[in-house]
Design a protein around this ligand. Structure first.
Ligand code: DGY
Length: 309
């Protein structure tokens, strides 16, 4: 049992998530994490991955012993502070793989076959004037996956039927039937398409820099479904503007929901508004898993998906 109003809900939640929350618990809401904390005896926080939880908020609420975030990524949490104060944390891995992988494959196909431009071409009646430009086939390409965790492995399996070669990099080699490259530069060099599926952490911060983009080369494509911070956006903009790579599909940006204006004015990009997990089914599953973690915490049970910090 989760005591009534013991959970502070921080950030804006879409309606579909709020409905799941309201079915199972009674929370008090704080829309802006920098805002004034409402009165209450809060012992847990429920948030989501687009909301940064500042250390200062937790300092104002010393009674909080648990933070449950809806999202597989937990770069929105002040991990050092949580660890130093023995505050538990949970995320929602696994339940969003289907949605995220489906989006990644959709973006990949759309980027290579220029589906959105093809639709604009038909709608603008340009078809009657000249044929649409030739595009490129996915089959036969080498797809490099940066980050062979749950999502990376799920993605690799789903890509196999497309007759591609799969390679990867990550902190360590795994027992997988794919070529491993110890560095992101070597992976980029070997890949026609580089897909980012790694967590945002100090090791991956701005990992996709000018050198990596040069290694990907003028025929190479980048797909980012991870986090904006993994890419050096200055370097990516130069690479796109100067055709040092063929194109990029980006679901995530450093500054969300206001990505750099330059991205909006480039032709060889496909841009989506961080919708990897944004299906009704997935958001319901994520919300319920986050609440399962809160329930376990209040029942003094092991958390189903604890962030081991
Ligand atoms: C995640 O789970 O981290 C996703 O980015 C949320 O949509």
């Amino acid at each position: 049992m989760i005591p009534v109003n013991s959970v502070l809900q921080v950030g804006q939640f879409p309606e579909i998530m709020q409905m799941e929350i309201d079915k199972r618990l009674s929370t008090i809401q704080l829309l802006d994490p920098q805002g004034i904390v409402p009165e209450g005896n809060f012992t847990a926080i429920l948030t989501r991955s687009n909301t940064q939880i500042p250390k200062a908020l937790l300092e104002k609420m010393p009674g909080v012993r648990m933070v449950a975030t809806c999202g597989v990524g937990y770069d929105n949490l002040p991990l050092e502070h949580l660890k130093a104060h023995g505050i538990k944390a949970s995320n929602t891995p696994g339940v969003l793989n289907d949605a995220v992988c489906e989006l990644a494959i959709g973006m990949l196909l759309s980027l290579l076959r220029r589906i959105t431009e093809a639709q604009a071409f038909v709608k603008s009646a340009d078809w009657s004037k000249s044929p649409f430009t030739m595009t490129t086939t996915l089959a036969g390409k080498c797809i490099g996956i940066a980050g062979m965790g749950r999502i990376g492995q799920d993605l690799a399996k789903r890509l196999e039927p497309f007759k591609v070669k799969i390679a990867y990099t990550g902190p360590s080699q795994k027992a997988l039937p794919y070529d491993f490259f110890p560095t992101i530069r070597e992976l980029a060099q070997a890949s026609d398409v580089l897909i980012l599926a790694c967590p945002a952490n100090p090791e991956t911060d701005k990992m996709i820099n000018a050198e990596v983009l040069d290694a990907l080369g003028p025929q190479g494509y980048l797909v980012n479904i991870a986090r904006g911070s993994v890419v050096d956006e200055d370097a990516l903009l130069v690479a796109l503007q100067q055709n040092k790579i063929a194109g990029a599909a980006l679901d995530v940006f450093e500054n969300e929901p206001n990505p750099r204006i330059e991205f909006l004015n480039i032709d060889n990009v496909l841009l989506t508004p961080h919708i990897g997990s944004a299906t009704s089914e997935t958001r319901q599953l994520m919300t319920n898993l986050a609440i399962d973690n809160l329930e376990a915490f209040y029942n003094q049970q092991p958390l189903p998906t604890e962030v081991k910090n």
